[in-house]
Design a protein. Structure first.
Length: 374
């Protein structure tokens, strides 16, 4: 049985940042990610532009605010990533009701400014991954059980990537400490804990809504950002839908793009095909920005409610708001000093945000038992 000091469950931003910090401290670890790719809720679609360039469009989180999310801003500087300001120049469009035509109104600019990354938020994931020991990062690994033996935590892992030799589908690891880098509700519902977690802690985790889980995002890509020539910022608000909030997602020097958050509730979306929903979105963009919006050269639709490693049944009926952070660990019992939650929802300062993933991961690593550092 392989033994490590720390096992990280989840390869999104919080898990990779925890691994980054552990490597700096020379602490032995392994990272287990259920998906075949890293990034978790950070997903960036990449569209080849020519032989040398690729345009990138975020299907998960897009923005950060360096003016008050300083830890994230410092990491981005440390990794030498290039930032791009969110385009907000010009007027915005508003649809107040199905009986009224869309109208132009004064736009607004975020304060402090919203920033994006060149190459999309996946650039952050890729940069962190490059700084890690690749042999410690395992994808396609579903953690099904954590068993506290008193001598350590035995971790039962199901290998999603089935090899020709079926005997390798299940493995067991042992760690002195486990960092849970997946949403609290998902951890409570998908992992069997032996012995059980304290009832109050488990209840807190199950009651914590997963940020982005009930949301869906649509992106339309064009050759140019034609709306900018009309004096429009690309921003829109609508009470008609299907998108309730729209923003410019254009690539500087590259393709024009618009993205929107779909307001149709997740349970209703399940009865609508992807092609029909895309058609509804295109029709709305024509209403807002004119005939040039009718034929995007590429479309993307990401429904996070359909992601089993993000969303649970309880999340599908969630109101989609940021939840208050639950306790990240228990203060007594057998799990007290060997299990910590570090995903974004466990951040008291920025729950659900990218900055929250760093905040929770940093605190989780900072508060590891001294015995792991010896």
């Amino acid at each position: 049985m392989k033994k490590v000091s720390v096992a990280i469950v989840g390869g999104g931003l919080s898990g990779l940042y925890a691994a980054y910090l552990l490597e700096k401290k020379s602490i032995d670890y392994v990272l287990l990610e259920a998906r075949s790719t890293l990034g978790g809720r950070i997903v960036t679609a990449k569209l080849p532009k020519d032989n040398e360039n690729i345009d990138s469009f975020d299907l998960g989180p897009s923005w950060f605010w360096p003016a008050y999310q300083q830890q994230l801003a410092q990491l981005i500087d440390e990794l030498r990533l290039e930032t791009v300001a969110q385009f907000e120049d010009g007027e915005m469009m508003v649809e107040r009701s199905p009986d009224e035509a869309a109208v132009r109104t004064h736009g607004y600019k975020s304060s402090p400014p919203s920033m994006r990354l060149k190459g999309g938020m996946a650039a952050l994931i890729e940069a962190l991954h490059l700084h890690l020991d690749a042999s410690r990062i395992l994808t396609g690994q579903i953690v099904s059980q954590l068993n506290n033996t008193g001598q350590g935590i035995e971790i039962e892992v199901i290998n999603e990537i089935i090899s020709e030799d079926a005997s390798g589908q299940i493995m067991t690891l042992q760690a002195q400490h486990v960092l849970l880098a997946l949403p609290p509700r998902l951890a409570a519902e998908s992992i069997e804990f032996q012995p059980n977690l304290p009832t109050n802690l488990s209840a807190q985790w199950q009651q914590t809504a997963t940020w982005m889980a009930p949301h869906a995002k649509y992106v339309a890509v064009y050759d140019t950002p034609f709306w900018q020539k009309q004096g429009l910022s690309g921003a829109a608000r609508s009470s008609q839908g299907p998108m309730v909030e729209i923003h410019d997602a254009s690539v500087r020097g590259g393709s024009g793009a618009l993205f929107g958050f779909i307001g149709i509730p997740a349970p209703v979306r399940q009865s609508i095909s992807e092609e029909i929903l895309k058609a509804y979105c295109r029709t709305q963009l024509v209403r807002l920005f004119g005939a040039e919006a009718k034929n995007p050269k590429k479309e993307y639709l990401k429904d996070w409610a359909q992601e089993p490693f993000t969303s649970t049944a309880a999340d599908i009926s969630s109101d989609g708001q940021h939840a208050s952070a639950p306790a990240s660990k228990t203060t007594s019992g057998v799990w007290e000093s060997c299990l910590t939650g570090i995903s974004s929802e466990w951040s008291t300062q920025f729950p659900g945000y990218l900055a929250g993933a760093l905040d929770a991961a940093h605190k989780g690593v900072q508060n590891l038992p001294d015995s792991l550092f010896s």
